[in-house]
Write a protein that binds this ligand. Structure first.
Ligand code: OAD
Length: 257
């Protein structure tokens, strides 16, 4: 089945003029980073997002929220890009134009060599002031000081050097708008591409989940890579069932090898 789907999709990839790749937590799963909604191991299966990922949660208990994101940021430093990230980085030199849009807050695409990555949901490495939005320049210095305490536990956030308000994680929370420039660039690319490859996303968080639809409506070919069978969110798309770290290198090798 996969064989058939890969065989079918490889010429489509080879001929693409503008490829948009849209990734979710599943692309980093094989690097040992938990997804959000996988049963048992997903972050939102273990924690209530309303306690950790909303502006109200941060106001209510900044130490809980900051500590949780710091533990994720520190955990990320021990992880490496997997074959899916590397295959996507290699693709950039094979297709005339590639736009990589991610919902992920990790930096594994960049560490694999991808450039110009559009981070729709922000990123763990860019904490900023919760009031004046000034970037928190001392992020790197946090590491040594906080490793011992950041084990998923509470941690008082540092304060902004400009206005003395608490520093917050650089991610988008539920109820917040997406970064405007990223959102605009992502939807523009989706509206202009001829192939959209969606990798490792449940496709349930808006407005990001609209991106494959926008591409399809403009006539682009849409391919989904996911170990789960096609869940029906995107009925018009081709579905390749399997792990990104296995399917992507195979698809790229078949298209360009
Ligand atoms: P989800 O956890 O909702 O979905 C992850 C998807 O990856 C599921 O469909 C899995 O089947 C699939 N998956 C698991 N392992 C995989 C593998 N090895 N290869 C390929 N796919 C695999 O994560 P997202 O769709 O990214 O928002 O979630 C969207 C947003 O919800 C996140 O960006 C986050 C969360 O709340 C913010 O942080 C703002």
């Amino acid at each position: 089945m996969n064989e058939e789907a890969i065989e079918h999709c490889s010429p489509v990839l080879r001929q693409a003029q503008h490829l948009v790749v849209f990734t979710g937590a599943g692309v980093s799963a094989e690097s040992g980073i938990p997804t959000f909604r996988d049963a048992l191991t997903g972050l939102w299966a273990l924690h209530d997002p309303m306690d950790l990922a909303t502006p109200a949660a941060f106001e209510r208990d900044p130490a809980l929220v900051w500590g949780w994101y710091e533990s994720r940021r520190l955990q990320l430093q021990g992880k490496e890009p997997n074959p899916a990230h590397h295959a996507l980085a290699n693709l950039a030199s094979q297709v005339p134009r590639l736009t990589l849009i991610t919902q992920n807050v990790d930096d594994l695409h960049e560490r694999a060599g991808s450039t110009g990555v559009i981070h729709l949901h922000g990123d763990l490495q860019s904490p900023r002031c919760s009031v004046c939005a000034a970037p928190y320049a001392a992020a790197a210095e946090l590491d040594l000081a906080t490793t011992a305490q950041a084990d998923g536990g509470r941690m008082t956030p540092p304060h902004c050097s400009q206005c003395n308000s608490p520093i917050r994680p650089g991610v988008v929370w539920f109820g917040e708008s997406l970064p405007e420039h990223a959102l605009q660039s992502a939807f523009e690319a989706a509206g202009r591409c001829d192939l959209l490859l969606s990798v490792g996303t449940s496709g349930v968080v808006q407005p990001a989940a609209l991106i494959p639809d926008v591409a399809a409506q403009q006539g682009a070919y849409v391919i989904h890579i996911n170990p789960e069978p096609n869940h029906g969110q995107y009925p018009e798309a081709t579905h390749i069932q399997g792990r990104a770290g296995q399917i992507l290198p195979e698809l790229v090798a078949r298209a360009f090898g």
